[in-house]
Design a protein around this ligand. Structure first.
Ligand code: G6P
Length: 372
């Protein structure tokens, strides 16, 4: 009913709008005023966490993209090697696991069969499993050693939005917590990140307030045959998530690539007028990443692409090469997905609406896939 949708036409629009609150609720009570994390709910002891020598993340769909982003954060902040794999591939390749492996299973519903089978396999090999889940008491957290709940509230639309952002928050918290219990030096970078996590709800709100041009652009692309998405570093999984949203909702061909891979194949796809969305890392962080993506934008534009550039406020270097420029608030490199994903959700939702598709219930898809 309209009341359930809170006045929005679709649950997806409501859930996109709820993201600042979902992120704030997931942070609530977990970061102290001194910047120390309290995750007492994790039933894995500090001594077990100190013994961990490898992290393996398993998940499906959108949750897998959260896992890809988590890998960058975990390895950078804790120096523990981290792998991430789609759950459906995991157990069939005989992965190397033991009692020093921490497996993180990410699932909104907690009922995805592929993810459940992956975690059962991991526990049989003696690994400890931590679930990141949005559904209290569901199967995946019940079968895990520990759980960190995301507090997105019920997500009804099949395409995941607010659950994804809260999965990112949970992954950042786990990475920081691992660093904390293992005595990683809490330098200025980490303290800045912790403070910035607290600002994320405000940043997301700012993005939501500036989405009208994105909706307009999406409507103008309703007849496009294909859309490409490019990113580097954590912008790469964000590009994959942008492409997935477009497939799910608009039934369009879409691909997300690592921008550095362009020259190894995808650049052959560029033709006059092809829309290409580029997620640009902050020029203030690792500036080499930024320089490289600016050349990528130039390369595709020279070949006729219509460039849709997502870049932070104040990044002027990209402006001359952007046919459409979408601004996001300045953040640190690793936290950018919390804001850069939002325009891609809005873009896919509006494009699907323009095509007359059922946004909340796309054809052939289920909210939770309980078969392998
Ligand atoms: C289905 C949904 C996706 C979701 C995936 C994983 O394919 O359509 O939106 O990302 O399952 O779901 P989970 O509940 O495990 O996060």
């Amino acid at each position: 009913s309209a009341a359930e949708k809170g006045g929005y036409d679709y649950f997806m629009l409501k859930e996109i709008a709820e993201q600042p609150k979902a992120v704030a609720d997931t942070l609530l009570g977990r970061i102290g005023t001194d910047g120390r994390l309290t995750l007492d709910e994790l039933r894995i002891s500090a001594s077990d966490l100190r013994r961990v020598d490898k992290v393996v993340i398993v998940a499906c769909g959108t949750a897998f993209h959260a896992g890809m982003i988590a890998k960058y954060a975990i390895e950078h902040w804790t120096r523990i090697p981290c792998e991430v794999e789609v759950a459906s591939e995991f157990r069939y390749r005989d992965p190397i696991l033991d009692d020093r492996t921490l497996v993180i299973a990410i699932s909104q519903s907690g009922e995805t069969m592929d993810t459940l089978m992956a975690l059962r396999h991991a526990r049989e090999q003696g690994a400890k499993v931590l679930a990141i889940c949005n559904t209290n008491g569901s199967t995946i957290p019940r079968e895990s050693d520990a759980v960190l709940y995301t507090h997105a509230g019920p997500e009804v639309a099949v395409a995941s939005t607010k659950a994804f952002l809260t999965q990112l928050v949970a992954c950042y918290l786990v990475a920081l917590y691992l660093g904390q219990v293992r005595g990683t030096k809490w330098g200025d970078e980490i303290l800045a990140v912790i403070k910035e996590l607290g600002d994320a709800p405000t940043h997301i709100e700012q993005v939501l307030e500036t989405m009208e041009p994105v909706r307009e652009l999406a409507r103008s692309l309703a007849d496009a045959k294909s859309v490409l998405f490019l990113g580097r570093h954590v912008g790469f999984p964000v590009a994959m998530e942008g492409a997935l949203k477009l497939k799910e909702l608009a039934y369009m061909h879409a691909e997300g690539f690592a921008a550095g891979e362009l020259k190894h194949g995808p650049i052959a796809l560029i033709e006059e007028g092809l829309p290409v969305v580029v997620v640009v890392p902050s020029p203030r962080g690792r500036s080499i990443l930024h320089d490289k993506i600016v050349s990528n934008i130039q390369e595709i534009r020279a070949r006729g692409a219509r460039t849709i550039v997502i870049a932070e406020e104040g990044d002027e270097a990209v402006a001359p090469y952007a046919d459409h420029l979408i601004r996001i608030p300045a953040t640190s490199t690793l936290l950018q997905p919390l804001v850069s994903t939002v325009p891609l959700q809005v873009f896919a939702c509006e494009l699907a609406t323009a095509k007359g598709h059922e946004v909340d219930q796309p054809r052939n898809l289920a909210k939770s896939v309980t078969v392998e």
